[in-house]
Design a binder for this molecule. Sequence first.
Ligand SMILES: *Cc1c(COP(=O)(O)O)cnc(C)c1O
Length: 414
Amino acid sequence: MSFAYRNGVLCAERISLQTIARRFGTPCYVYSRREIEHNYGEFTRALVGRDALVCYSVKANCNLAVLALLSRLGAGFDIVSGGELARVRAAGGDPRKVVFSGVGKSEAEIAQALRARILCLNVESEPELLRVAAVARRLGIRAPIAFRVNPDIDARTHPYIATGLKGSKFGVPYAQAERLYRKAVRLRDVELIGIGCHIGSQMRVPDPLADAVRRIAALATRLADAGIPLRHIDIGGGMGIRYRKERVAPIGRFVARCLKALGTRPEALILDPGRSIVGSAGVLLTRVEYVKRTARKRFLVVDAAMNDFLRPALYGAWHDVVAVRKSRRRPALYDVVGPVCESGDFLAQRRTLAAGEGDLLAVKSAGAYGMVLSSNYNSRPRAAEVLVDGREARLVRRRERAETLYAGELVPRW
Ligand SMILES: *Cc1c(COP(=O)(O)O)cnc(C)c1O
């Protein structure tokens, strides 16, 4: 919808990607405001009448303009580092709507979060509980906490992004959770306010999530019966999006199934989706540098590489790649590769494309886990980011320059 062809040219909302490439150069991430708002709205519409907070998962796409947009819509934020908390605050986000997950929070990060008066720290181990209590005591601030519980549910997704199985580093084991709650409730420096889980990413059906919610809700019931009532249940994120032609349940179905699994539990609901809000809202715009033929293959060598967009190399992820302008060139089978010196440096393999030197390509559904996973490998400056609103396109991150790559480096004078 937000990325569609008009007169044979792919557009972001009302502006052509050719115009954007001319103004901002390539490679360039292009995001659609309308699409982000639409996806966020899918959650809020499905949650009408329920005490709920959607905490956008910052790690999916942490550009300040994206955070500011979601903040103005009323979103909270799910963060996994002190750096992300700084971003949320710089974007004008409300710390009182921030939940902080992650297995390795440092003392400095815990202190930063407590001073900012965030909504909740999602504690992922017993040693972390003791550390949070100690930092809270030192600061004289009672720490609002939840345990992130590992419900031992298979999210049936890529093993790198499944987080809810017994062998996972995430969350406290389900079997230990009650004991930890009983221990934490006796600590004066923490306030037990919730329980949470997050079982994995890119789930295509709601069943594993609903199973996890049922297990967490059962635990909340037992805790309430034991005199440990909680204020919220955080069911995590992980709702999938459509990258290829796979079937993916709509957001409304995920939410409805979770609400059903919660039954009549009175706690407020927190969700922390990332990919499903921003994934479909971005494309990576890149230009063909060379068409290269070998005895075995044809390559489109483009100006974006694995350092700009890692998902294909990291997960073997499929992203549709399309020519920005429909042409009469002869279609052929190509590998779309970047300039980085790695054989794993591809954006797509074995794709039929009608494109040649100088043409623009768009890598679709690149709004989540795209720019955030970029690096400077091969000393390549990071791409620009642009946010489109109707006919307007705004630069929301400048393209890096070579000098910024080594600005922090020092050469010792031996
Ligand atoms: C990454 C993460 C999310 C978001 O996952 P998506 O698959 O992008 O929706 C939510 N909660 C936690 C705790 C996470 O670590």
